[in-house]
Design a binder for this molecule. Sequence first.
Ligand SMILES: [Zn+2]
Length: 411
Amino acid sequence: MSHPNTADQALVREINLSLVLRYVHNEAPVSRAQIAATTGLNKSTVSSLVDELLERRLIHEIGINAGGTGRPATLLEINPQAGGIIGIELGVDFVAVALTDFAGKIVWRKDTSADPSQTQDRVIAETLQLAGQAIAASRDRDLNILGLGVATPGTVDLKEGILIFAPNLHWRNVPLKKIYTENTGLKVFVENDANAAALGEHLFGAARRCTDFIFVFAGVGIGSGLFLNGQLYRGKNGYAGEIGHSPIIAGPTQAPCHCGNRGCWETYANQYSIIQRAQARLEVKRNSIIPRLMAEQGASLSIAIIKQAADEGDIEALESFAEAGTAMGQGFAALVNMFNPEKIFMGGPLSFAGKYMLPSIQQAILRHALPETSHQVEILLSSFGPDASLIGATSIVVHDILQNPTHAERR
Ligand SMILES: [Zn+2]
């Protein structure tokens, strides 16, 4: 019998380290004995792996479990102080930057509205300035930075970290990874906003133990992150999930989409469509409080104002959300028929009004998807609501460390 060579042994150890770290992440608090029983690794191997993860400060001991019938055991969990992570969300009309700890808790954040007419360089400069503030905030909290994640709308070349095309931003071929690496010196990951949100929901939210779910990111655009068989499904070139541009309810007279086409699903259910629906209703009805709210705030018609009116029971506002929810639900029904997911999450900017859309989304699914799947699927708002992609951006970095614990480098 030949002995495994050193490279094989190192690889096996790295795989086992990842296995133990992921188990602690998912199931904490856990004891060494529980890790051994669940992973099938022997107790001395688990003990050695746990020692290494403790030494790397990726996990920590949180006391003794004296309850139960067995011997008291020391419990382990992810060490929130393992390091800080910076997340950047490039929205269509805003940018957000956050600093989280290793357990996914936001410890610092700043948002700013981005004028869509601003140039690409100015928007990126703004995020770099906020990232600088996040790095300073990490020093105040004794968190060395483990990496920086960027979530962007559009299609992304993952390996090179290039934004290929974001129709709603009108950006093409932007080397985001290169730009952020050169300016911060950090390890940088770039991911599509809906994919990032799906990963965030899986690592830190309500999809923690779910192997088949879809994350629908809804704002100015609509995109989806497909989490299938326990991992993100990216397709051949990483562009899978761009469902907002599918002609699910295409009509040749529907408003043009930013992608250059007409009749894309997102034009029926996105933020603009809700504003248009409310606008059309205001032109024929007189009994809405929306005009008063606009006058009081000196503001034009916006999702925020329609939501405020809905909060006060305004029927025109409620109907505008419900109609868009029906269109949203027709797209969800296509996803349900195609993928038979356990759950679909709705997150992103529009989810702050999600409660007014969920009932009509659910009705449309029951009406349009096959009964075997439509009765089982759960439709939920994201655990992180409008922050789904921001948390998602940081979760890309955490995911990389969970897969490769020895990669974790603090700066
Ligand atoms: Zn389109």
